[in-house]
Design a protein. Structure first.
Ligand code: SF4
Length: 375
């Protein structure tokens, strides 16, 4: 990757840990499409885009999305000018759609209030939509080489092992953050942050830390004492509750299906869905009738057929089980809503759970699919 020369660093003292880590990073850094070679000036747009995409997602998953977004929208202005639906569609499959909405919102704020330049200031970055403390610190350090300390689960794990912290997470969070801040060097903070990220991703992994090749083992208390793989300790997580709902797959004889947009706020906000009832915890006694999913204007005479299989999907905080019921709307007047041809469904940003619904209906060979096959 080419670019103009990076700001010159004043030579400053590094502690032994950061020195060893940076030397290892210079020799073994991962090659990633958003990463810059030493001497190149990072493009904050690319750094920001990669960091937003990487939140709670793996590098391997992110790479094709990152490349697709850059090809489609090479600058923050291009992204800000794009219709939200196009952005949501390009994001589909990456999960956590609120991030895509905030991504778009953030691009607009950067274009309109910051002259299309990301601010070179951690606090100002944190004030932008969708940028929390971790992402602000990551962008500040990687894009602008400012002294900032991004701390996520990987870095907490490395710190817990280096210092052999036995306090379980999340109670240990504050202490681990302070330790990470204490190690951050004045010189090359951006490279140091990426070195720690690489270490956590490739050597100090959750189950099998490869201490024998670790550049930090001379400084690592858990390595000296043994049992590194048992750190960090974690408080047991409460079991995820199960929520249930019903999806109403309504077809029109000419080969279209009814979809609608979810409310802007809340889970999967603004995404398209096959109309569904609210998702409630099991046994709360709430109604799951068609009027809950489809609203008024749906003829009461419609006969619904329950599909044999439910669709299961797990979100961060709960498991979801969706029953699918299916019917064909008859009569002269088409119920109101967005009717789309089956083959055009993929042009709409359906979240993964709704894609599962489509797949399930397809597998159960519903009337619309049967008709589509005949054409
Ligand atoms: Fe992690 Fe082992 Fe390195 Fe310690 S020595 S930081 S436990 S990989």
């Amino acid at each position: 990757m080419t670019g103009s020369p990076r700001r010159a660093h004043k030579p400053r003292r590094l502690d032994a840990l950061s020195k060893d880590l940076l030397a290892w990073y210079d020799a073994h850094r991962r090659t990633l499409p958003w990463r810059y070679d030493p001497g190149d000036t990072p493009d904050p747009y690319r750094v920001w885009l990669s960091e937003i995409m990487l939140q709670q997602t793996t590098v391997a998953t992110v790479i094709p999305y990152f490349e697709k977004f850059l090809a489609e929208w090479p600058t923050v202005d291009a992204l800000a000018d794009a219709p939200l639906d196009d952005v949501l569609l390009a994001w589909a499959g990456l999960g956590y759609y609120a991030r895509a909405r905030n991504l778009h919102k953030c691009a607009k704020v950067v274009r309109d209030r910051h002259g299309s330049e990301f601010p070179a200031d951690e606090d100002a970055l944190r004030a932008l939509p969708g940028i929390g403390p971790y992402t602000a610190a990551a962008i500040a350090s990687i894009a602008f080489d400012l002294k900032a300390t991004p701390v996520d689960g990987n870095i907490e794990r490395v710190m817990a092992r280096l210092h052999r912290i036995e306090t379980p997470l999340p109670d240990a969070k504050k202490e681990l953050t302070q330790l990470a801040v204490g190690h951050t060097p004045n010189a090359r903070p951006g490279d140091y942050a990426q070195a720690l990220m690489d270490l956590g991703a490739t050597i100090c992994t959750p189950k099998r830390p490869d201490c024998g090749i670790c550049p930090c083992h001379e400084h690592c208390k858990a390595f000296t004492a043994g049992g590194a793989e048992q750190l960090p300790k974690k408080r047991p997580k409460p079991e995820k509750p199960v929520r249930r709902g019903t999806v109403y797959w309504l077809e029109w004889p000419k080969g279209t299906v009814l979809i609608r947009r979810r409310p802007e706020k809340g889970l999967l906000g603004g995404m398209w869905e096959i109309p569904s009832t609210e998702w409630h915890s099991a046994g709360n006694g709430r109604s799951h009738g068609p009027e809950d999913a489809l609203g008024v204007g749906i003829p009461a005479s419609i006969k619904w057929a329950i599909l044999p299989m439910t669709v299961k999907h797990t979100f961060t905080h709960f498991h979801l089980e969706l029953q699918i019921v299916q019917s064909i709307a008859a009569g002269r007047k088409k119920p109101k809503g967005q009717w789309v041809r089956l083959e055009e469904l993929e042009k709409y940003a359906l979240p993964t759970v709704m894609k599962k619904v489509v797949t399930q209906v397809r597998a159960d060979a519903g009337p619309l699919f049967a008709e589509t096959k005949k054409r």
